[in-house]
Design a protein around this ligand. Structure first.
Ligand code: ATP
Ligand code: MG
Length: 262
């Protein structure tokens, strides 16, 4: 049976969809079978981030309303044969869609996969509960900013009531130069503040934004950080990407001052 992991955050725009997509790509790169499920019915964009929007024939709504079977709505990734996307479909109001309906669909497709990654909408209302009720494990994404950390804290409290098998924290958009000059919180401080183990630290990087529809460049820091995150998820290792590696030592301080002056 597949591991079902919801990617959530509380605060919007911190990188849930980006993490769902790139973690899925990294896991699929390890040879396991992965499906990415978009449960953000309002602002669904996982298909666009994965570059498969033109391949969609059916979506979750079509399955719910009986126009197709779950398998027919799966869209294969453009590059990886063992990676699929289940798009959500856009509705004005998703209140009529229940968590139970989505859960049944996920249970139906999960024997075909090793991982089901569920992209959750922002907030902690109906959409959040619908997504979380379909998963056994949760990844909370937060950026190192106070509003995001406060919302992550609230989400962690609500998540606890679901008693998931595992909750891991991913710190996204971390900047080594700011951490070195004490202008951004260190991942270890965030871990202590939220009392949740960090399973990934992902750097702020243009490559992430530019990679929509494509895989991250293999030489990028983000590619390596996502590979470590995927290993931590899959093999339960505890390797965290060090975003400060470029900014320590003599050359590091030069890089820091160049960045400051840009
Ligand atoms: N590490 C990163 N470095 C640079 N840009 C990033 C990074 N992670 C995400 N982004 C950018 O941040 C924006 C928001 O990301 P994303 O859509 O994944 O957030 P989200 O949490 O899914 O948002 P929503 O709550 O609206 O669903 C996107 O433009 C994305 O490219
Ligand atoms: Mg999103």
């Amino acid at each position: 049976m597949a591991r079902k992991i919801v990617i959530t955050s509380g605060k919007g725009g911190v990188g849930k969809t980006t993490v769902t997509a790139n973690l899925g790509i990294a896991l699929a790169g390890m040879g396991v079978r992965v499906v990415l499920v978009d449960i953000d019915f309002g602002l669904n964009n996982l298909d666009v981030v994965m570059g498969v929007e033109n391949k969609i024939v059916y979506d979750l709504l079509d399955i719910i309303e009986g126009r197709c079977r779950a398998k027919q709505a799966l869209v294969q990734d453009n590059e990886k044969k063992n990676l699929f996307i289940l798009p959500s479909g856009s509705v004005k109001s998703s209140s009529q869609i229940s968590g139970q309906q989505i859960k049944l669909i996920i249970e139906n497709i999960s024997p075909m996969f090793d991982y089901v990654l569920i992209d959750c909408p922002a907030g902690i209302d109906v959409g959040f509960h619908r997504a979380v009720s379909c998963a056994d494990e949760a990844i909370v994404v937060a950026t190192p900013s106070l509003p995001s950390l406060r919302d992550a804290d609230k989400v962690l409290a609500v998540l606890a009531s679901y008693k998931p098998d595992f909750i891991g924290l991913v710190v996204n958009r971390a900047r080594g130069d700011l951490i070195m000059s004490d202008k951004m919180m260190m991942p270890s401080d965030i871990q202590a503040l939220l009392k949740t183990d960090i399973i990934g630290v992902l750097p702020e990087e243009d490559a992430v934004f530019l990679s929509s529809g494509y895989s991250l460049p293999k030489r990028s820091d983000s590619y390596r950080a996502y590979k470590m995150l995927a290993m931590n998820v899959h093999k339960h290792t505890k390797k965290i990407f060090d975003v400060t590696y470029k900014y320590s030592g003599f050359f590091g301080s030069i890089r820091r001052s160049i960045k400051k002056s840009i």
